[in-house]
Design a protein around this ligand. Structure first.
Ligand code: 3SL
Length: 233
């Protein structure tokens, strides 16, 4: 049986042992959804970094820069943090360096100790589940959350992934049961639950990014499996 644990916010990541395990990092709204959507559309690679200054160094080397602060595109960057920007044809075949408030931080933390880091979103949750079944190794699902707090949409992703794995998995912590229960309670209406209750939905509607939310809330939109390989996805 695959052992699954869920870290609902990177703030408590130190309580989880990642050594020898596969980490699945998610930030449904919107960092990992942008990565999944962009790579699926044809982006060549994404390098996640923590600081704006690091991304600007990559920009000098010819990288496209992407991401946000406060949900808004960093002025000097090429694009912001909407999946529709990441999917644009002009970035197909290009290398992107990306920094966001929560998502790229969680990925950077995970890569320090995990055996492998997978980028998950609702958009590719089924593909991630199939891969994990084949690997048959212990998993930690890491939810990026929001500034240290858990988030509903990332918890729903964890539940959606656990739901697909549960026949072959043993849930080893309460957070995994909580995530699964949350997903089951959504009863096929994940997008509505996020729209109606997630605090990030309110933030995004303030940023006029409501279409990002409905896009990112789709389960199994694509079948891409982004894996971190060194610095790049
Ligand atoms: O924090 C993050 O990683 C972002 O995805 C947040 S936002 O959706 O761009 O506001």
């Amino acid at each position: 049986m695959i052992k699954i644990e869920t870290c609902l916010t990177p703030e408590i990541l130190s309580l989880h042992q990642l050594e020898g395990k596969i980490a699945v990092v998610t930030d449904v709204l919107r960092a990992t959804s942008c990565m999944v959507a962009g790579l699926n559309a044809g982006v060549n690679s994404v390098i996640p970094v923590i600081k704006v200054e690091e991304a600007l160094e990559y920009q000098k080397k010819g990288f496209i820069t992407a991401g946000e602060r406060g949900g808004v595109k960093v002025e000097e960057f090429t694009i912001g943090n909407s999946p529709f920007e990441h999917m644009q044809e002009e970035y197909h075949g290009k290398d992107i360096c990306m920094t966001t408030t929560n998502g790229t931080v969680a990925i950077t933390e995970a890569k320090k100790t995990a055996k492998e880091v997978i980028i998950g979103a609702l958009l590719n949750v089924g593909t991630v589940a199939e891969y994990l079944k084949e690997q048959n190794q212990d998993i930690v699902i890491i939810c990026a959350g929001w500034k240290g707090n858990p988030s509903l949409e990332d918890t729903l992703f964890a539940g959606a992934l656990i739901h697909r794995l549960q026949d072959q998995a043993e849930l080893t912590d309460d957070a995994s049961f909580m995530a699964l229960a949350q997903y089951q309670q959504a009863n096929g209406k994940v997008a509505d639950v996020i729209q109606n209750y997630a605090s990030h939905a309110k933030r995004l509607s303030g940023l006029k990014a409501k279409s990002d939310l409905s896009f990112c809330a789709q389960e199994d939109y694509c079948s891409i499996l982004p894996i971190l390989n060194g610095e790049a996805i």
